[in-house]
Ligand binder design. Structure first.
Ligand SMILES: [Ca+2]
Length: 66
């Protein structure tokens, strides 16, 4: 299986602009985040800084649905 190393590509094109430390994975990639940032729980492909209140609400609403 051929995998693309997104992390060797261009930030914002091959991997997410807000991914701090890109780690290649087969068929995808994951990110590590600097202090104070959270990894997006949905995609694990971008880091979120101060989480906007709307996003928190959206997340908890989503959890209640599961
Ligand atoms: Ca990959």
């Amino acid at each position: 299986i051929a995998d693309i190393n997104e992390c060797e590509g261009t930030r914002g094109v091959d991997f997410h602009q807000d991914c701090h430390n890109c780690t290649n994975a087969i068929g995808s990639y994951t990110c590590g985040c600097r202090g104070g940032y959270e990894l997006d729980p949905e995609t694990k492909k971008m880091c979120i800084g101060e989480i906007p209140p709307e996003f928190c609400k959206w997340l908890s609403a989503k959890k209640e649905m599961q």
